[in-house]
Design a binder for this molecule. Structure first.
Ligand SMILES: [Fe+2]
Ligand SMILES: [Fe+2]
Length: 367
């Protein structure tokens, strides 16, 4: 499923808290809240969140269980269950901390941490919380949300407003550049997080992700070529291509930072592994990838970069596109050479197979 180029969430939060009467020092309480999530850059721009809590309170100190669910655009959702507590650490300073286990519709399961501090006063309590979801799988960063709550001791009502400080990109962009690492045919892109982006910055960011994911793809190619005893010059060219892809990713991320004035947070590149199979199967896979990802994918990337270079209004952008044109063309040529070598090895393998089965059948006939 193609991902949106950007996700920006403005979260308005309204919560109610009911303190149940009790003679005990620690009063039980229950809370229920509704979050309205507005996501202007998504196709379906509205989401809803529900927050339920229950626990005990003593003066301003509270602890309890919280269940939270958010759904944005019927596509990006999260349900989390965890604990959250609030206690004063100084005369007027409450600290809020919590941890939840989250199940997300994008990016796999994660752990939600939230941490905040505020002030206690005659009018009640106000605090700001920073919330983020850290993935259980490395390489993905989820939203960082700043939320502010305000309670009054007398009315026990909570009103909050939240703002997603960073965007998350865990989906797959509509256009892929070059040859990103794939698993089960699916491109494995690094997650990145940044502030809200203009369309041009979002395009550079998505481009950077696919360039970044091409680094492990070439490292994998080099390792697999070596494992198949390919000529050293092909292995060396694949390793050089990996370094060049890292350079492309840096150029793209630098363009994002230049356009936003902020650094880009990038998760690690996806991890590669040498894939198994018989020699014949590995050669067939290498030949197919050389054709589809290398000759076609990298060739297309080079042609798109050439058009962008010719249309560029800024010299800096034209220079970046030129570097990418030259190096992506080199990658397409590398793919052609890998294809030629893999096909030759396939033919040689079939010849060896025919010869060996011929010997075996002659031996069988003689025996
Ligand atoms: Fe590239
Ligand atoms: Fe490339």
């Amino acid at each position: 499923m193609p991902g949106h180029p950007a996700r920006f969430a403005l979260a308005a939060t309204l919560c109610g808290v009911a303190f149940l009467p009790s003679a005990a020092l620690a009063d039980p309480y229950a809370s229920v809240g509704l979050n309205l999530l507005i996501t202007p850059t998504q196709r379906i721009p509205v989401g809803l969140g529900v927050e339920l809590g229950a626990g005990q309170t003593s003066e301003f100190s509270r602890r309890g269980v919280v269940v939270q669910g958010d759904l944005i655009g019927f596509e990006t959702g999260r349900v989390s269950v965890g604990v959250r507590g609030l206690r004063p650490v100084g005369p007027d300073i409450p600290v809020v901390a919590g941890a939840s286990f989250a199940l997300r519709t994008q990016g796999g399961p994660g752990v939600v941490f939230d941490l905040g501090a505020g002030m206690l006063g005659d009018l009640g309590e106000a605090h700001a919380r920073l919330e983020t979801t850290l993935p259980l799988r490395p390489g993905e960063v989820d939203a960082l949300k700043l939320r502010s709550d305000r309670h009054t001791q007398q009315t026990s009502l909570v009103a909050g407003a939240g703002w997603n400080l960073v965007e998350t990109f865990t989906g797959t962009p509509d256009t892929l550049e070059g040859r990103p690492l794939r698993r089960s045919g699916r491109p494995m892109l690094p997650s990145v997080a940044t502030g809200s982006l203009s369309p041009s910055a979002a395009r550079w960011l998505q481009r950077g992700r696919t360039e970044h994911a091409s680094v492990p793809a070439f490292q994998q190619l080099a390792a697999e070529l070596r494992a198949l005893s390919a000529p050293q010059q092909l292995v060396g060219r694949a390793l050089r291509a990996a370094r060049e892809e890292a350079g492309h990713a840096r150029l793209c991320y630098a363009e994002v930072a230049r356009r936003t004035g902020r650094p880009v947070w990038v998760g690690p590149a996806p991890r590669w592994r040498v894939r198994g199979g018989t020699r014949a199967a590995r050669l067939a896979r290498m030949a197919k990838e050389a054709l589809v990802d290398g000759i076609q994918g990298e060739g297309d990337a080079a042609r798109r970069a050439a058009s962008a270079r010719d249309a560029a209004r800024e010299d800096r952008v034209a220079r970046i596109e030129h570097v990418i044109v030259v190096e992506e063309s080199g990658h397409a040529r590398l793919a052609e050479d890998v294809l030629v070598w893999a096909r030759r090895e396939q033919r040689r393998g079939r010849g060896v197979h025919r010869r060996s089965t011929g010997i075996l059948s002659r031996r069988a006939a003689a025996g």
